[in-house]
Design a protein around this ligand. Sequence first.
Ligand code: MN
Length: 424
Amino acid sequence: MTQLDHTHDPARRSWVSSANGHADFPIQNLPLGWFSPGGGTPRAGVAIGDMILDLGAAAIFLSGEAAAAVAAAKGPGLNALLAMGAGPRRALRLALFDLLSEGTPARLGLLHAAADCTMHLPVEIGDYTDFYAGLYHALNTGRMLRPDTPLVANYKHMPIAYHGRASSVQVSGTKVRRPNGQRKPGNEASPSFGPSRNLDYEVELGIWIGPGNALGEPVAVGRAAEHIAGFCLLNDWSARDIQGWEYQPLGPFLGKSFLTTISPWIVTPEAMAPFRMAQDARAEGDPSMLEYLFDAGDQAQGALNADLVVTITPPGHAVEVLLHSHARHLYWTPAQMVAHQTSNGCNLRPGDLFGSGTISGPEPGEAGSLLELSRGGREPLALACGETRRFLQDGDTIALHARCAREGFVGIGFGACVGTVVPS
Ligand code: MN
């Protein structure tokens, strides 16, 4: 796992004053993104406080591996930079940390106000895999279908996943157009086609693939972290009525592929180094994992210490918290997902994206989807504003946030992953 160094020192501050005390982007974070300054062409950037550092413009102050990393970030998107792996990415972090540290000359010309910029997808996403590693989500949804055996037999033996649709992964802020599709509730004799009545969100972590592997060459779990370039938030919007009618026998399709929203910033493994933690011990009676999924280092440090918060803003009302959850509720680590997906020889490529699966906690108020919070829509959720929700209504805005905190370190965040529902 990534080592701690002076870039994690909580005493260090930036000459970018808004970075000091910033909830998401202090100088200890330095996430990578792809942005346009007002009216400008898309380019590589790094979030620092309320500003975005233009990486290309900063290149004249960089040398060696850091300069090579910026040279690779010519676009479109950051795929070539992600492909370089941890060495150049860490060199870039060290150089930018120096460039932006208090005590070095303030170079305001390298910065754009984030509020005046447009964020884009950070990479060209080749493939997108959605896992199902949130244990309590699998238990909650499984109970609705199979009260006696909520988990199917394979769940604790391998990270379950399906291949999602990369073309409809979009950046935070993209409108969520209510999809049309076939719906067939249990109380209707035949299916009809029309707007989804059961539109839902799913709070997930996104995992960005770095170098990747050649076809036919699996990535060992102990080396899998080298292939993870960073993390984001991911909202796997789900039309439950379309999903429920179509998913057998081959799994999710049109109930998922209309849109997936991600937060725009790639939070690097280097920034996350203080916020790794041991994977929760398996419950008594759980099967031991097969050898290709077990690595002692991964079990000791492979989980992510990230608090997750989901808010809803109903139209005409104030923002309110829907739920809190935590990334520790994933039954499999990101490294195990990489090892499992490549175990048959499948090749991952730079800029591929994983969704972790919906991350619900064990408590009733920690459910990562409305499907769970409203118990399949049967028990409408009472909001603080006085309204109720079975599922999302037009005009609702859902925002995901992640916060990483640890005693003795400056906390970091991921930036928001936001979407507002609009009529079909
Ligand atoms: Mn999902």
